[in-house]
Ligand binder design. Structure first.
Ligand SMILES: Cc1cc2nc3c(=O)[nH]c(=O)nc-3n(C[C@H](O)[C@H](O)[C@H](O)COP(=O)(O)OP(=O)(O)OC[C@H]3O[C@@H](n4cnc5c(N)ncnc54)[C@H](O)[C@@H]3O)c2cc1C
Length: 243
């Protein structure tokens, strides 16, 4: 057995540092569930940054199943935050559907980070979906005065009810365009490509945030960098799930 492999295993074992305990759950819609937790001392140690996420360890028929989830309204003083689950197939969604007060889940903090765009962007362009809605909430909260155009991909009718899903919008600043998921994200790519060139302005002044399924994210990230010449450091692109 090589050291590399052992190293990875040890790191994973050591990394399972925190245990969150469910205190309350809210069924926001049939496809979106909010789970309030206490943090097992995490926030006091790690601090908080915008769009912060953790790796949660779910059980998948006896095997560990690790998936990333974003902290909503983290409060280091009380050691609490909320997790929001877009529900679909999968062990993470299954856990969230059944979660009840007193349930616990282990977490690793690894890989999360955030750099406030500097200089401040003239406009923010966001392409997201229910899985990255918690991150978008945090991003808009971190840049509260920046105008933003948001393309939001929906899979269910209730996904478009952003008020109910808790996205705090400012009518004077935020332009939201809901786009139905069709052709595995191809429709969203088309919609963004049709509108973004006219909205973009100086690519150096923009900040583009893309967090959809991995294929859609890759296609759009390549488009904005190569065809619209948005500099690499002004684009944040991370695939949030695999279709
Ligand atoms: C940094 C980061 C932060 C994230 N934060 C959140 C968050 O706060 N809330 C949240 O809900 N998700 C979040 N995600 C996405 C989440 O980690 C994935 O959706 C994950 O795949 C869910 O695991 P699962 O066990 O439920 O399903 P998996 O076992 O991964 O997949 C099972 C099936 O469900 C499908 N599937 C997986 N995710 C989705 C989806 N989002 N929509 C539709 N179908 C899907 C897959 O294609 C597969 O067919 C985040 C991802 C990243 C990278």
């Amino acid at each position: 057995m090589g050291h590399g492999w052992e190293g990875v295993v040890l790191k994973l074992l050591r990394g399972k540092d925190f245990k969150f305990t469910v205190t309350r759950t809210d069924e926001v819609t049939e496809h979106y569930r909010r789970i309030h937790v206490t943090d097992g001392g995490m926030l006091a140690l790690t601090g908080v940054h915008p769009t912060m996420w953790v790796r949660l360890w779910f059980d998948d028929a006896g095997k560990p199943h690790q998936r990333a989830y974003t902290l909503v309204d983290p409060d280091p003083e009380t050691g609490t935050f909320t997790l929001e689950f877009a529900l679909h197939d999968g062990a993470a969604s299954e856990w969230a559907r059944k979660a009840a007060p007193g349930d616990t889940i282990e977490a690793t903090v690894q890989g999360t980070g955030f750099e406030t765009p500097d200089p401040a962007p003239a406009r923010l362009f966001v392409v997201a979906d229910p899985a990255s809605l918690p991150a978008v909430k945090s991003l808009l909260g971190a840049l509260p005065k920046t105008p933003a155009t948001i393309w939001f991909e929906t899979q269910h009718a209730t996904d478009g009810d952003l008020d109910r899903l808790g996205l705090r919008l400012d009518a004077g600043l935020h332009d939201v365009r809901t786009v139905e998921r069709r052709t595995s994200g191809g429709h969203l790519v088309q919609e963004v490509k049709a509108a973004l060139p006219d909205l973009l302005g100086d690519p150096e002044d923009a900040y583009v945030w893309i967090t959809c399924d991995t294929t859609t994210t890759r296609a759009l990230a390549s488009y904005v960098r190569k065809e619209l010449s948005v500099p690499r450091h002004r684009v944040h692109a991370l695939g949030y799930w695999r279709s």
